[in-house]
Every structure is written in structure tokens, then in C-alpha cells.
Ligand binder design. Structure first.
Ligand code: PLP
Length: 407
């Protein structure tokens, strides 16, 4: 059975061009870039090229790029590295729909005496910028707001947020892990101070990321060790992966137009057809201001996980925003923050496309989805209650478990 991969916000296929670029650095070119000899030194030159490629992707200067092990490390380094630089400031502002790689750093800081403001979002997943303005104070060390939400694809106005922060003299970091490679971002035109990106979301392998640190931004290393990355991140460079990230940066730049035309059109067709063919289907998040590849749909009165299981039987890979453990159900923190009713939030499915998807992929999903939903609804007491005009069962608003959307 053919795999139809529609889970690109969880991870992407490593582009064959990227794999090819990496291969020599697993064999012949194994030197250490820090060595005095030219055998190692030649590797340093390749790292410098990769740094230029990543910088070019976001309109940065190569010296502003620090290679890390992943998006999670970039986020941790951005937040902790800023806090180390402002030890007297004990307040951080984040958003309630951040990825756990920011949200849980917030919880970690809170447990250590920091005041952490989690800004809420409205029903479309948008921030209220007046709330942000009101939250920034003299003691605020950092504002960190994601560029694109991983579950809904909703975009935040990060340039505007960065401008507000700059006016107040507060550093601004954005977790742009889901945005980079899908939409253009240009640090020459934006006042963003720090930005995280991750290789495996943009057709490089898992286990490589980068942190952009604008020249002049105060930053203390998070990973303390050797002099690598101009003293900003210790650890011998992961050369093959750095080369892969550089090549992937070129790859996504070359495909950016396609992502925002053909891939977006595929996403839009998938969404439109499913909305038309399946009753009680809703789109979660601001449809006008979203990543081009993502749709998060709720099929009311059923469980997202059952949908995923039946999609899996068809070879279709997607993600869900809810989990069912020992009879207690809890939808994703993102949908909860948006106030999506439980009857809809439980039945959410995220489809996230890439340039490797075809018309046939989307045709297949459009064909199999209506009978899958019908089959599950036929077995769902909640759907039956709904059809009989009864109020939703309290089971639908059950206990507290972690949700399962990856990426
Ligand atoms: N931030 C966002 C928005 C993400 O979607 C992810 C993906 O999992 C991460 C951070 C973490 O990136 P990584 O898997 O490279 O640690």
C-alpha cells in the first residue's frame, strides 16, 4: 500500500539532494573543523558555506547563525541565554499556544521563581496585541511568541510584535520552527532579535537546528563548553547535519513559490471538499492567516484518534489533537486555549502537506474520509445523542491527559 504522508508539521522527508550533500561528511571528510591541520580546516570551510546558506534563507548575516541540535535546543538557548544576560529581570512573556519546547520552559522558570505571563488567544487563535503591550514591564527580560502554530498553522504578526518589543527595549524571540521553509522571512526587514528553526521541518534530517541571534543582541551561551559557534554554543560541530541544513535551506528557498501556490491549492482543495462532503465539520484557526500547508479540521462528536486509526489503514498519515486514555479525554492545549467546544476539539485532525504531495494523494483522502467519518459516527453515542437533540454527554468533557499532536 502506498503511504500518503500528510504529517509534515510532525516531520518532513529528508530531500534526496540533502542526503547526497551530507554523505561525504560521513566518510572522507571527517576532520574536526577546530583542528590546526588543513584536513580539518577544509571542513570548516564547508560549515561556513552552510552558515551562509542558512543565513540567506532568513536574510541574516552568517555570523548571526548558531547551529544547534534541534528546534527545542534553539528555543531553550534563546530563552535561557537571554535570561542569563539579564539576571536582574525576572519576567518572561510567552503565549498559551506555544509548542512544549517554549511552554514547558515557561513552567520550568515559574517553578524557579520567575513570573511568566501566558498570553491567551481568541477563537481564531489570534493574539490581542494590547494585552501584550500591557504585559511588558521594566522587569520583562524576554517576549517569546511563535511565528506559526504547529497544530493549526495560524500565523502570528511577529514583525509587529517585535516592533512593540523593540519600542519598549525588550528582546523578542520567535519560535519559527513551523514557518521557516514554508513562508518567506527576512531579518533585514524585521526587528526580531532571536529566531529558532529546525532542520527536520524543512527537509533536512532530525537532530539539527539553528538559532538566529541578531548582531548586538545580548546572549550568554546555554550549552557551555568550547569556543565553537563563536563561543555561543559549545560542542564539536555535527558536520554532516550542518551541511544538510545548509543544503535544505537552498532546497526550500527554491520550492517556496511552489509551497505557496501548488501545495496551498492542494490544501485548500482538501479542506473545501471535506467541508462540503462531511456534515458537522469545522476548520480550527484563522483561515486567512495560516501556513499554506496546514489544515486542522474538527469532525464533531467523534474521536480524532479513531479517525487516525482508520486513515492509517488506508496508508494515510495525519495527526490528531486529542488523546483517549483510560476513558478520560482531553483535547489539545491549543484548541482548548482557542475555546473550541469539546464536542469539536476531540474530533480534530491535522493534515499538513509538503511539496512531495500530489493531486492523487488529496483525491484519495477526499474519497476515503466521508465513509470513515460515517462509520465512526454510526458507532458514536455522542453523535446519536446529537442527532436525537440531546445535550452532549459529560464524558466528552473528561479528565486531564496529555495530547498527542507531534511536531
Ligand atoms: N517548535 C515548534 C513550533 C514545533 O512544531 C517543533 C516540532 O516538534 C519544535 C519547536 C521542536 O523542534 P525539534 O523537534 O527540532 O526539537
Amino acid at each position: 500500500m502506498k503511504t500518503i504522508y500528510l504529517d509534515n508539521n510532525a516531520t518532513t522527508r529528508t530531500a534526496p539532494e540533502v542526503v547526497e550533500a551530507m554523505l561525504p561528511f560521513f566518510s572522507d571528510l571527517y576532520g574536526n573543523a577546530s583542528s590546526m591541520h588543513s584536513f580539518g580546516g577544509q571542513v570548516g570551510k564547508h560549515i561556513a558555506t552552510a552558515r551562509e546558506q542558512v543565513a540567506a534563507l532568513i536574510g541574516a548575516h552568517p555570523s548571526e547563525i548558531v547551529f544547534t541540535s534541534c528546534g527545542t535546543e534553539s528555543n531553550n538557548a534563546a530563552i535561557m541565554g537571554t535570561l542569563y544576560s539579564y539576571p536582574e529581570k525576572k519576567h518572561v512573556i510567552i503565549c498559551r499556544v506555544e509548542h512544549p519546547a517554549v511552554l514547558n520552559v515557561g513552567h520550568h522558570l515559574q517553578a524557579r521563581g520567575y513570573r511568566v505571563t501566558e498570553l491567551g488567544v481568541d477563537g481564531s487563535g489570534n493574539l490581542n496585541l494590547d494585552e501584550l503591550r500591557a504585559a511588558i514591564g521594566d522587569e520583562t527580560a524576554l517576549v517569546s511568541i511563535m511565528t506559526a502554530n504547529n497544530e493549526t498553522g495560524v500565523l502570528f504578526p511577529v514583525d509587529e510584535i517585535a516592533a512593540i518589543c523593540r519600542e519598549r527595549g525588550t528582546p523578542f524571540h520567535t519560535d519559527a520552527v513551523q514557518a521557516i521553509g514554508k513562508i518567506p522571512m527576512d531579518m533585514r526587514k524585521s526587528p526580531i532579535d532571536l529566531l529558532s528553526l529546525s532542520g527536520h521541518k524543512l527537509h533536512a534530517p532530525k537532530g539539527i537546528g539553528a538559532l538566529y541571534i541578531r548582531k548586538g543582541t545580548k546572549f550568554s551561551p546555554f550549552l557551555i563548553g568550547g569556543h565553537q559557534e563563536a563561543g555561543r554554543r559549545g560542542g564539536t560541530e555535527n558536520v554532516p547535519y550542518i551541511i544538510g541544513l545548509g543544503r535544505a535551506a537552498e532546497f526550500v528557498t527554491a520550492h517556496m513559490e511552489e509551497e505557496n501556490t501548488r501545495v496551498k491549492a492542494l490544501r485548500d482543495r482538501l479542506e473545501k471538499e471535506l467541508l462540503q462532503r462531511i456534515p458537522n465539520t469545522l476548520v480550527n484557526g484563522n483561515r486567512d492567516c495560516r501556513l499554506p500547508n496546514t489544515t486542522n479540521l474538527s469532525f464533531e462528536y467523534i474521536e480524532g484518534e479513531s479517525i487516525l486509526m482508520l486513515l492509517n489503514e488506508e496508508g494515510i498519515c495525519a495527526s490528531s489533537g486529542s488523546a483517549c486514555t483510560s476513558g478520560s479525554l482531553q483535547p489539545s492545549h491549543v484548541l482548548r486555549a482557542m475555546g473550541v467546544p469539546f464536542t469539536a476539539a476531540h474530533g480534530s485532525v491535522r493534515f499538513s502537506l509538503s511539496i512531495y504531495n500530489t493531486d492523487e494523494d488529496v483525491d484519495h483522502v477526499i474519497e476515503v474520509m466521508p465513509p470513515i467519518i460515517e462509520r465512526i459516527r454510526d458507532m458514536s453515542p455522542f453523535w446519536k445523542d446529537y442527532q436525537a437533540g440531546k445535550p452532549p454527554s459529560s464524558f466528552l468533557t473528561g479528565g486531564d491527559v496529555e495530547h498527542h499532536v507531534h511536531g
